[in-house]
Design a protein around this ligand. Structure first.
Ligand SMILES: NC(=O)c1ccc[n+]([C@@H]2O[C@H](COP(=O)([O-])OP(=O)(O)OC[C@H]3O[C@@H](n4cnc5c(N)ncnc54)[C@H](OP(=O)(O)O)[C@@H]3O)[C@@H](O)[C@H]2O)c1
Length: 217
């Protein structure tokens, strides 16, 4: 599985380095290719850079790790190559001060991406865990795995994303159809508020407690 990451900032670099370490060296793209190059060097294991269009052409799975309002600019030139690709949406449509969603709660950023790029298979995931957790490459806190919820409408794409989450050691929970991104995007704001405003810090995450019967969900 070739993973491509659009956005070489905090999330892109951290997840890219972790994927590389688990055997999936990604292709990185960014607005500024120097940043993509830094991300690839930091990741190692043969990670490389590409233009966004080449990345979309060459990768089956594309992680969106850029500001939500830049997604159109980034993907439009690559539109014709998006057919059948799994777009993993780690973004959050939040205001510049990180205090409010600019889309919600009757709609979501992920659904907006899917309606703009309907030939791609969009899966929401990785959006409600701090980049610092990804950078630390620890999916557990005090012996308990952090839950990463994912939502999407294509079962094949969701199975791929579940595998990506599980490979890193997180607890992957299928949160249903893509429309349920309406619940997952607000979760990111709760995460930010707890971590950065209420003093829990960034080494935290949500964990879904459930009975053994529903552990595989
Ligand atoms: N930070 C977190 O803890 C966290 C956690 C989960 C989800 N998220 C979400 O993940 C996304 C990225 O967050 P971040 O903290 O990693 O942001 P960041 O550090 O600011 O990085 C954003 C990256 O996106 C790139 N970019 C911007 N416009 C682009 C375009 N048109 N084409 C290609 N690349 C473009 C930037 O490129 P240049 O480097 O070239 O400027 C930069 O590398 C956001 O949507 C955020 O809400 C963040």
């Amino acid at each position: 599985m070739q993973i491509g990451i659009i956005g070489s900032g905090k999330v892109g670099r951290a997840l890219g380095a972790w994927f590389a370490k688990t055997g999936f060296p990604p292709l990185f793209a960014s607005r500024n290719q120097t940043h993509a190059m830094e991300a690839a060097q930091m990741a190692g294991y043969g990670a490389k850079i590409a233009t966004t269009t080449t990345l979309v052409k060459e990768c089956e799975v594309i992680l969106l790790a850029l500001p939500f309002d830049e997604i159109g600019n980034a993907l439009e030139p690559a539109r014709e190559h998006l057919a059948g690709k799994t777009l993993v949406d780690a973004t959050n449509p939040i205001s510049p001060d990180h205090r409010a969603l600019v889309i919600g709660h009757m709609h979501s950023g992920a659904e907006e991406i899917a309606s703009k790029f309907p030939t791609a298979k969009v899966v929401k995931a990785f959006n409600a865990v701090f980049a610092e957790v990804y950078a630390g490459q620890k999916a557990q806190i005090d012996g308990r795995a952090i839950t990463i919820f994912f939502a999407g409408d294509n079962s094949h794409a969701k199975a791929t994303v579940r595998e990506m989450i599980t490979k890193l050691g997180f607890d992957a929970v299928d949160a249903g159809p893509l429309a349920n991104s309406r619940y997952l995007e607000p979760l990111s704001l709760l995460n930010i508020h707890l971590g950065r405003v209420l003093g829990f810090g960034t080494e935290m995450g949500f964990s879904l407690l459930r009975t053994p019967k529903s552990l595989s969900k």
